[in-house]
Design a protein around this ligand. Sequence first.
Ligand SMILES: Cc1cc2nc3c(=O)[nH]c(=O)nc-3n(C[C@H](O)[C@H](O)[C@H](O)COP(=O)(O)O)c2cc1C
Length: 173
Amino acid sequence: MKHKILVAFYSKAGENYNVGNVETGNTEIMAQNIAELVAGDLFKIEPITLYPDNYEKATIIAKEELITNKRPEIKNTITNFEDYDIIFLGYPIWWGTYPMIINTFMESYNFNGKTIIPFNTHEGSGLANTYQEIRQKLGNCKVLNGLAINGKAARNSFSKETIKNWLMNLNIN
Ligand SMILES: Cc1cc2nc3c(=O)[nH]c(=O)nc-3n(C[C@H](O)[C@H](O)[C@H](O)COP(=O)(O)O)c2cc1C
């Protein structure tokens, strides 16, 4: 069977740790590479309320959202979500976990029976406990082990090779 693949991600442009002020976020670049290599559809999770460009200010808001278990609202929707059987789910690590908008996303659709493949960028935390957290949240899904890349390195063309090797080992096609 030919899989129908979605590559959904959240990524913040603007000022970020170690990369200066960027027009395209690190996770977005990783997502673009994955989508191209697996011929998947890209979906960028867009918050209704944008985070400040300024890194320090964004970290303060993100921490507040984590502490209050907030569900930031998402502006855009996927109309044919049921068509996808494999979903790559991408995010940066924020305060040791995925951004709270990923919770909003996971609560917005019926994920039953889907295969989830997480991917993320970070600046030291690796994948943190995110696969475990996603498995807990999406009980009726198969959540594979994903790929975590350093945020700055994700912008480097070598990271595409890393992604290619990882995808080959996943054996999804
Ligand atoms: C609000 C915020 C919190 C962050 N917290 C962490 C963290 O706990 N651990 C870590 O390794 N990196 C942390 N970072 C760095 C990001 O994970 C890293 O820069 C990532 O590549 C950003 O991806 P993006 O450009 O797709 O948003 C944080 C960045 C921001 C903006």
